[in-house]
Design a binder for this molecule. Structure first.
Ligand SMILES: *Cc1c(COP(=O)(O)O)cnc(C)c1O
Length: 476
């Protein structure tokens, strides 16, 4: 496929305008000079439409097929959320609009905060952070402010070895020393190690529950107690809330803070589909440290509260990614409490179904009932010289987006599969069939896997060279 610049024909234009019936005016930048200095492609409208339509058809998204990318919750995003977010009153609202003209928007922010607080068992929320990672930083900054207020200096943050990479990164960015916590043979926190490492200079334990192995941390109450006894705080990485919506709440597990990924659990598009949103909820004792402004209600009036002297300040311009907040609000309100609970039940059912069908053929290192995702190991296939990456690439030939590979780090040749609740049994069965076929191919015809994908516009890229020396020219 050609670049749009290669389609350029000198003098071709995208618009045909009628003859002028008013005197021609000089714009100050002569046309010819503009063309010379800014070498824009000279193409017709249909050239542009066909070029970008062809490009879009080379892409893969939740709207084109099954996308079981573990940890990322690539669920189908109902179009009604988009429709509502594009209502003129939301789309055209200006962040500097006076409060009295923004009452509807403020009401939605207020009610969304309340809904999220109820769902997570927290007392107050900020909707500002733009992603889960920024939520983590927000939480840790609040923890820092909390200990400073108490006159304590605590230097360490505990992070399990199964954690998402953003957890240690956020802690380091916030100036904490990261202490790694090993997992036990069941995939949970090792209590003996926790007892040893939870010293008096630990500020926070960051925990994902269910964790990145898709397993619920059954000793969570005991873990919270150990941390709290020693004066530390519990941070919940809530990226996996999809598994427990309407069933269990981080606030009831002893967590003091939680971030949510609205672009995962609450069905706003992500990846190439738009910006994220990572609201953070806290218990009452941390509410004074939340970023400013917070939306408050007085009588029937909503307003932005900036008068919060202990606040850690502002994390992001204005009030967060507003359109993502609207989509999450629409999602929550259209499902209601029973619908949200059903989301979690179906996400867990789908994951267990696929896990059960694949576990004989692929190694399942933690053989327990999973939550919304599970992690296989490609160890058996590795013995045949086939890597998790080969399996992932071959799935593309079968029309599926690959699962997450090589994460979490504690599973060798990890294949992390998250079907989500939005897929029907027929799709899951086709995926299972493809995975079983690939396992067979790895024995009988391993080159098929090593050379995969074959059906895509470009074959396997050298990911390292592609990142170091990008060649932006299409080879076809
Ligand atoms: C996605 C994810 C994050 C990071 O969230 P972003 O919104 O991508 O910044 C953190 N932890 C876990 C477990 C995740 O899945």
């Amino acid at each position: 496929m050609k670049l749009i610049f290669e389609l350029s024909v000198s003098g071709r234009e995208g618009a045909s305008l009628p003859e002028l019936d008013v005197p021609e005016q000089e714009l100050g930048i002569p046309d010819a000079k503009l063309r010379r200095d800014i070498p824009l492609p000279e193409v017709s409208e249909v050239d542009v439409v066909r070029h970008y339509t062809a490009l879009s058809r080379m892409n893969f998204g939740v709207d084109s097929g099954f996308y079981p990318l573990g940890s990322c919750t690539m669920k189908y995003n109902p179009k009604v959320n988009e429709e509502i977010a594009s209502f003129p009153g939301f789309k055209s609202a200006h962040p500097y609009q006076p409060e009295e003209l923004s009452q509807g928007c403020l009401q939605i922010l207020y009610e969304l905060s309340r809904d999220l607080a109820e769902i997570t068992g927290m007392d107050a929320f900020t909707l500002q952070p733009a992603a889960g990672a920024q939520g983590e930083l927000t939480g840790l900054m609040m923890a820092k402010a909390y200990f400073k207020k108490r006159g304590e200096t605590r230097k360490k943050v505990l992070v399990p070895d199964s954690a998402h990479g953003t957890n240690p990164a956020s802690a380091a960015l916030c100036g904490y020393e990261v202490v790694e916590l090993p997992s036990d043979s069941q995939g949970g926190v090792d209590i003996v190690e926790l007892e040893n490492k939870a010293t008096e200079d630990v500020a926070v334990l960051m925990l994902t529950n269910p964790n990145t192995l898709g397993l619920f941390e059954e000793k969570i109450l005991q873990i919270s107690e150990i941390i709290h006894e020693r004066g530390g705080l519990m941070y919940c990485d809530g990226a996996n809330m999809n598994a427990i919506l309407g069933i269990a709440r981080p606030g009831d597990m002893g967590f003091d803070m939680v971030h949510l990924n609205l672009h995962k659990t609450f069905s706003a598009p992500h990846g190439g589909g738009g910006p994220g949103s990572g609201p953070v909820g806290v218990k009452e004792h941390l509410a004074r440290f939340l970023p400013i402004p917070i939306v408050q209600k007085e009588g029937e009036r909503y307003f932005l509260d900036y008068d919060r002297p202990d606040s850690i300040g502002r994390l992001k311009a204005f009030y967060g990614n507003f359109s993502v907040l609207i989509k999450a609000y629409a999602y929550i309100r259209s499902l209601g409490p029973d619908g949200l609970k059903e989301v979690a039940e179906n996400a867990v059912l789908n994951a267990n179904y696929v896990m059960h069908k694949l576990k004989g053929t692929y190694e399942l290192p933690y053989d327990r009932i999973c939550k919304h995702e599970f992690v296989l190991s490609g160890k058996k296939q590795l013995a045949l010289g086939i890597h998790a990456m080969d399996i992932a690439k071959r799935l593309i030939d079968y029309g599926f987006h690959p699962p997450t590979v090589y994460f979490p780090l504690i599973v060798k040749e990890a294949l992390m599969i998250e079907p989500t609740e939005t897929e029907g049994k027929e799709t899951l069965d086709k995926f299972i069939e493809a995975m079983l076929k690939i396992a067979e191919e790895s024995e009988k015809n391993p080159d098929l896997l090593r050379n995969a994908p074959e059906t895509t516009p470009t074959s396997r890229l050298d990911a390292l060279t592609a990142a170091r020396k990008p060649n932006l020219r299409w080879r076809g």
